[in-house]
Design a protein around this ligand. Structure first.
Ligand code: PMP
Length: 356
């Protein structure tokens, strides 16, 4: 049976990306060696890094005064590295859920944290707007897409202080004005690669704003100056990331994937709004294009387990909602085909007919 992969992360990658990765595991660039057993300090791997850099820049229109780095440790490592590097006195954070809270917790180890706005009052079902950003902050931190709650900023924030965004779960899914950010970072295991690498796009002048003497591995300067090769980078995930960027370019880049993501999300949200058995959990204007959360509508709560089993029988994978939200979450990342969303919608309709 065809499986429809709605996993929240690690998550679906394009078929051709997985095929190319499999080939490179068997024979990397005709070298007679596996990608898994080459040195990262070779011409062939340099070319992978260079191509990834160039494609990332091209696809996201990253200005020349930004550097891209790739590190292990996941987005969670950046949660403490960002304040370690940049939090001298006070930083501002927007609390939009679990990942933002984790970032806040780590930042508090390094200085004062002002929570500028929070959507906790309504279980993180919206994105706070219109809050003031004091000019005396070292930086302000946001989570552009909240993977667990299914909320997303649909506009780039304007900030008088350096703006830092965790884009783990919506990087390259929509156009972003990179010049509005001092730093964009994230784990790559949703829209870019398998688990094992995290990326950061850092404006160069931020490297002059590092506020304390740091262990070499923690300082962003180390990784920028060594082109992510200060220590052994995650070779395999970086290779797959490069293949994903190639795939994205081949289908028409960010404008095309944004069109597809909007189309997929509209299909599913329309069904959620139309189908009497289900309801969405997020205010409409802040709904994520990537993580689509819904629950059984009032009066149908008892059918949740039955729907889960019904959907599983029809090939749906990974649609169980996070325990903090309950219900269902269909993650519709870049590589998820429209046909999978259509299959889920058909499944919801069939289930509704059964219970009409
Ligand atoms: N931020 C967001 C928005 C996430 O969704 C996740 C993981 N799901 C993280 C941070 C943590 O990423 P990692 O597991 O790579 O540390």
């Amino acid at each position: 049976m065809k499986k429809h992969n709605f996993n929240a992360g690690p998550s679906i990658l394009a078929d051709e990306v997985i095929e190319n990765a499999a080939k490179a595991i068997l024979d990397f660039n005709g070298s007679g060696l596996s990608l898994l057993s080459i040195s990262h300090r070779t011409k062939d791997f340099d070319a992978v890094m260079e191509e990834a850099d160039q494609l990332f820049r091209e696809l996201l229109h990253i200005p020349d005064n930004y550097k891209i780095i790739y590190l292990g440790g996941g987005a969670s490592t950046y949660f403490y590295e960002i304040p370690a590097n940049f939090l001298g006195k006070k930083a501002g954070y927007v609390n939009t859920g679990v990942w933002a809270k984790k970032a806040i917790k780590e930042a508090k180890r390094y200085g004062e944290v002002e929570v500028l706005a929070s959507s906790e009052d309504k279980n993180f079902t919206y994105i706070p707007k219109g809050f003031a950003i004091p000019a005396d902050l070292d930086y302000v931190h946001i989570t552009s897409n909240n993977t667990i709650y299914g909320t997303e900023y649909h506009e780039d924030l304007s900030s008088p202080v350096p703006l830092i965004a965790d884009m783990s779960s919506d990087i390259l899914s929509r156009p972003v004005d990179v010049s509005k950010y001092a730093m964009i970072y994230g784990g790559a295991q949703k829209n870019l690669a398998p688990a094992g690498v995290a990326f950061a796009i850092i404006r160069e002048d931020m490297l002059d704003k590092i506020v304390r003497d740091l262990p070499s591995m923690v300082s962003f300067r180390t990784h920028v100056e060594n082109n992510s090769m200060f220590n052994t980078p995650p070779v395999f995930p970086i290779y797959v990331l490069k293949e994903t960027l190639r795939w994205l370019k081949s289908i028409g880049g960010v404008p095309e994937i944004y069109r597809r993501n909007q189309e997929k999300a509209a299909l599913l949200y329309d069904e959620i709004d139309r189908n009497p058995l289900f309801r969405g959990t997020v205010v409409k204007e802040d709904r994520s294009l990537m993580n689509i959360c819904f629950v059984m509508a009032e009066g149908y709560e008892d059918l949740a387990d039955e729907f889960m089993a019904f959907a599983k029988e029809r090939g749906m994978v990974g649609i169980k909602g996070h325990r903090l939200v309950g219900g269902f979450r269909a993650s519709c990342y870049n590589a998820l085909p429209k046909s999978s969303v259509e299959a889920l919608v058909a499944c919801m309709q069939e289930f509704a007919e059964k219970h009409a």
